[in-house]
Design a protein around this ligand. Structure first.
Ligand SMILES: *Cc1c(COP(=O)(O)O)cnc(C)c1O
Length: 433
C-alpha cells in the first residue's frame, strides 16, 4: 500500500516511510492510496475470530510487506494486550471502554503500535529521539508506548504545574529512556520549542529527531482495530440485524476518522456521531458548509479542546469532499460543561456507571440523537478512565474516586524531570549535553 500527501505535492511513500516521516515534506497528511475492501468471509466470521487475527487482517493491508508477518503479529499482540470491553450502561447505550491500557486512555493503542513500528524500522546504530510536547494525555501514552523500546530516547515537554496530578505521574515516573522536561511556561511555549527544534538541521541530524504526533499513520490506522473488536461483541449480543450507531468524543478527529475508515472497508456500522464540547468547528461546518478554524476554548473534556482538528481533512478526502455524503455518514453536535457535569451525575445516579468527561460528552450526544431515532441502539467510545479527572467526577457526583493500584505504584516512585526555562537555546543546550 502506498500513501500520498493530501497536499498533493510530495512523492508517494510506503507505510515504512510514512511512519518514519510522520508528515509529508509538503506539510500534508499521508492518506492511503486505496481503501482496502475486507473479504465477506472475514466480515461474516468476526464473532469467531481472535482479536489478534482481526488486528492482523485489518493492519496487514496497510502495512503490506514493510513488516513481515511474524513481526507484525507480534506488534499487534503487544498493541492490544489489554481488554476492550463493551459494557451495557442501559438498554439503549453501551460503552466501549478504551481505557484499560497503561495510561488509561485510548491513545495507548496508537502510541504502542507506532513505537513498535519505529523500533522495527530503526537502523542499527542510528539512535532515534522522539520529541513531543504535551498538554496532558498524549505525553503519557507516548512515554509508555516507547518505554524500554531499544535505541529510542523520548523527550517530552510539558508545562510546569499545568497538567493534572495523574497526568504528571504518568509523565515523570518512568525514567530510563523517557526524559520528562518541565517547562516554566504554558503548552504553547512547549509546542514552540518543539517546532523550533524540528527546524534546527544541526539538532535533527545529531539526535535523529522524529515526532510522535497524532497525525502519524502508525498512530492513526491501528485505532481501527477496536471498532472491529466492538462490532464482534455487538454481533454476539444482537446478531447482524441491528447494526450499532457509534458515538465518538472528538477533538482532532483522528479516532472517529479511523472508525469511518473501518466502515469504508466493510465493517457494518449504522451511523457515526462526532460528539464535541464547546469547540464546535465541525458541527458548525456540517450545518453551514463553512469550515472556520477557531482558537481552542478550554473545557472539562480538555483532550478535545481543539479549534482546528487536523484529521478532518482525512474525513473530507474519504468522502470525496462532498458535504452531502459526509452528512449521510455522520452527525456532529456540541455540548457545554454544564451538560457534561449533569450527564456524569445522571448516569451515575440512574445506571450506576461512572463516565469520564469525554465519555459524558459522547453519552449526551448519543442520547439526544436517540430522542429522534428511538429505534437505534448504539455505543459510545469511553476514551479515558474517570480517575484521570478526579476533581470533575467529585464536582459532578460527590464521589471521591480512590487512586488505583497502578497509579499508587507510580506515585511511590521517584520523580524524573528537569525543570527548564521556556527558552529554545536553554533546551537545546540541555538536549546536547
Ligand atoms: C485525544 C482524546 C480524545 C480526542 O480524540 P481525537 O482522535 O483527537 O478526536 C478524546 N478523549 C480523550 C480522553 C483523549 O485523550
Amino acid at each position: 500500500m502506498n500513501f500520498f500527501s493530501l497536499n498533493q505535492n510530495a512523492p508517494k511513500v510506503s507505510f515504512r516511510e510514512a511512519a518514519i516521516k510522520g508528515q509529508a515534506p509538503d506539510g500534508g497528511l499521508y492518506f492511503p492510496e486505496t481503501i482496502p475492501t475486507l473479504s465477506a468471509d472475514f466480515l461474516n466470521q468476526l464473532t469467531d475470530l481472535e482479536a489478534e487475527e482481526i488486528g492482523y487482517t485489518v493492519m496487514h493491508s496497510y502495512v503490506g510487506e514493510d513488516i513481515g508477518e511474524a513481526d507484525l503479529r507480534k506488534i499487534i499482540q503487544e498493541t492490544i494486550s489489554f481488554p476492550f470491553p463493551l459494557i451495557e450502561i442501559n438498554e439503549n447505550i453501551h460503552a466501549l471502554e478504551l481505557f484499560h491500557g497503561p495510561t488509561m486512555a485510548f491513545k495507548d493503542v496508537g502510541a504502542r503500535f507506532m513505537s513498535r513500528c519505529l523500533g522495527h524500522f530503526r537502523e542499527k546504530n542510528n539512535p532515534i529521539t522522539v520529541l513531543v510536547a504535551t498538554s496532558g494525555d498524549t505525553g503519557g501514552a507516548v512515554a509508555n508506548g516507547f518505554y524500554e523500546v531499544d535505541g529510542i530516547e523520548v523527550v517530552i515537554l510539558f508545562p510546569s504545574k499545568k497538567v493534572s496530578p495523574v497526568q504528571e505521574l504518568q509523565l515523570t515516573r518512568l525514567g530510563k529512556n523517557i526524559k520528562a522536561v518541565e517547562i516554566e511556561g504554558n503548552f504553547d511555549d512547549c509546542q514552540r520549542i518543539v517546532k523550533t527544534a524540528f527546524l534546527d538541521k544541526e539538532l535533527t541530524q545529531m539526535k535523529g529527531l522524529t515526532s510522535a504526533n497524532s497525525i502519524n499513520v502508525a498512530r492513526w490506522l491501528p485505532q481501527q482495530i477496536y471498532y472491529f473488536l466492538a462490532i464482534k461483541e455487538w454481533q454476539k449480543k444482537y446478531g447482524k440485524q441491528l447494526p450499532a450507531v457509534v458515538c465518538v468524543p472528538s477533538g482532532n478527529f483522528g479516532n472517529i476518522c479511523a472508525g469511518l475508515l473501518a466502515k469504508s472497508s466493510g465493517l457494518p456500522i449504522r451511523h457515526f456521531l462526532a460528539a464535541c464540547n464547546k469547540n464546535a468547528v465541525v458541527p458548525e461546518y456540517l450545518e453551514t458548509g463553512i469550515y472556520e478554524p477557531q482558537k481552542a476554548i478550554p473545557t472539562l473534556s480538555n483532550a478535545m479542546d481543539v479549534g482546528d482538528p487536523s484529521n478532518f481533512v482525512r474525513i473530507q478526502e474519504l468522502f470525496k469532499h462532498n458535504l452531502d455524503i459526509i452528512k449521510a455518514e455522520m452527525n456532529s453536535s456540541s455540548t457545554d460543561d454544564l451538560k457534561t457535569l449533569r450527564t456524569i451525575r445522571d448516569v451515575w445516579n440512574q445506571d450506576h456507571y461512572m463516565l469520564d468527561p469525554h465519555g459524558a460528552v459522547a453519552y449526551h450526544a448519543l442520547s439526544e440523537y436517540q430522542k429522534s431515532h428511538p429505534e437505534q441502539k448504539g455505543f459510545i467510545l469511553e476514551t479515558a478512565a474517570p480517575i484521570k479527572f478526579q476533581e470533575t467526577i467529585y464536582d459532578a457526583t460527590g464521589v471521591n474516586l480512590p487512586l488505583t493500584g497502578s497509579l499508587k505504584a507510580l506515585s511511590a516512585k521517584e520523580k524524573h524531570a528537569v525543570l527548564l526555562q521556556a527558552d529554545y537555546a536553554v533546551f537545546k543546550k540541555w538536549l546536547l549535553s
